[in-house]
Design a protein around this ligand. Structure first.
Ligand code: ASP
Length: 344
């Protein structure tokens, strides 16, 4: 599909429910021409929309960092040819992929909008058409000075545009599958699309796009819970082949105050591991100064994740550890706001 105009959008199809159909043994992705056939509305845009299809198409449960690398390299390769990018992606890991790309694409000056749907685009009540059409509109939107309205990695879903590295999937069945509880939407679509310009991050100057594809994935996630055993905590926090552990804590960053737990935490940080404290709560942030149970973690050298999501924290660790061999440097940068992933 191709129309001559100044704007141009690249639709990147990776798979996901939006493009799935029944195969006899469950939903599987089908090819892009069928999506275009189901959404003739795309023909009404007056600008050029090209497409790129990943091979193989996947259910996003199978996403691996290698695909993020391919995505980042594709965007860099096509960066000068398009005004914006729309990534069709399964919802299950969309927040992980959007978080990863936000760190991998440094100096981004063009929109990279992830979208997908809860119902296949071919089904009668699909949410896929509106999501896709509006994501294209957002990706092509410019301000009065001709700058991209949203030069960020974002997720468009169910009338909301969310910063990619603040979003999380909160509903497995409803159309409003995503939320970013610690960050207001970057835009909301009603009769018109209202952009929340105060929240959108614009690059300060024209910096070239720089992609980072070296990711170190030696991260484990430990969710604290009543009844967690010393052996389980020990296996994860002192495990070999693990460079960093995200500790999903209670409330404002609290964990078990029992000496055995604090001892393992101390042993883990002393061995050089990076421990990142992220709250299990959907909203709010980690404050390790509030309760004695949090203070013990801080004193043991645990880094505060502030109000980052687990998806954002994981992606930030992959990226920083891929960039830097020095764990102390990684820890310092974890506390800095690099891509709008934390509020401070
Ligand atoms: N399992 C699907 C996927 O993530 C779910 C979806 O797209 O909504 O690819």
């Amino acid at each position: 599909m191709s129309k001559s105009d100044k704007s141009a959008i690249l639709l990147i199809y990776t798979g996901g429910t939006i493009g799935m159909k029944e195969s006899g043994h469950g939903l599987v992705p089908f090819d892009f021409s069928q999506i275009l056939g189901e959404v003739p509305e795309l023909q009404k845009f007056t600008f050029k929309i090209d497409s790129y299809t990943f091979d193989p198409l996947i259910d996003s449960s199978d996403v691996e960092p290698g695909m993020w690398k391919d995505l980042a390299m594709l965007i860099r390769e096509k960066y000068d040819d398009y005004d914006g990018f729309v990534v069709l992606h399964g919802t299950d890991t969309m927040a992980y992929s959007a978080s990863a790309l936000s760190f991998m694409l440094e100096g981004l000056g063009k929109p990279v909008i992830f979208t997908g749907s809860q119902l296949p685009v071919g089904s009668l009540r699909t949410d896929g058409k509106e999501n896709l059409v509006s994501a294209v509109e957002v990706a092509s939107a410019k301000d009065a000075n001709g700058r991209a309205m949203v030069p960020e990695v974002a997720i468009y879903f169910n009338s909301q545009l969310l910063r990619g590295n603040r979003a999380t999937k909160v509903n497995a069945t409803a159309f409003n599958a995503f939320r970013s509880p610690n960050c207001p939407p970057l835009a909301e679509a009603g009769i018109s699309i209202r952009y929340n310009k105060a929240m959108i991050r614009y690059p300060a100057t024209t910096v070239p796009l720089c992609i980072h594809t070296e990711l170190d994935t030696r991260v484990a996630i430990l969710k604290v819970h009543p009844g967690i055993t010393e052996q389980v905590a020990r296996n994860v926090l002192l495990g070999s082949g693990i460079r960093a552990v995200i500790i999903e804590t209670y409330g404002s960053g609290n964990a078990i105050s029992k000496p055995w737990f604090t001892d393992i935490i101390r042993e883990s940080t002393a061995s050089g591991k990076i421990l990142l404290n992220i709250t299990q709560c959907l909203a709010g942030d980690v404050n390790m100064n509030l309760y004695a149970t949090g203070k013990a973690l801080k004193e043991a050298g645990v880094v505060s994740g502030s109000d980052i999501t687990t998806e954002g924290g994981l992606a930030k660790l992959f990226y920083l550890m891929g960039e830097y061999a020095d764990n102390e440097k990684v820890k310092r940068l974890l506390e800095k706001n690099l891509r709008g992933e934390i509020s401070k």
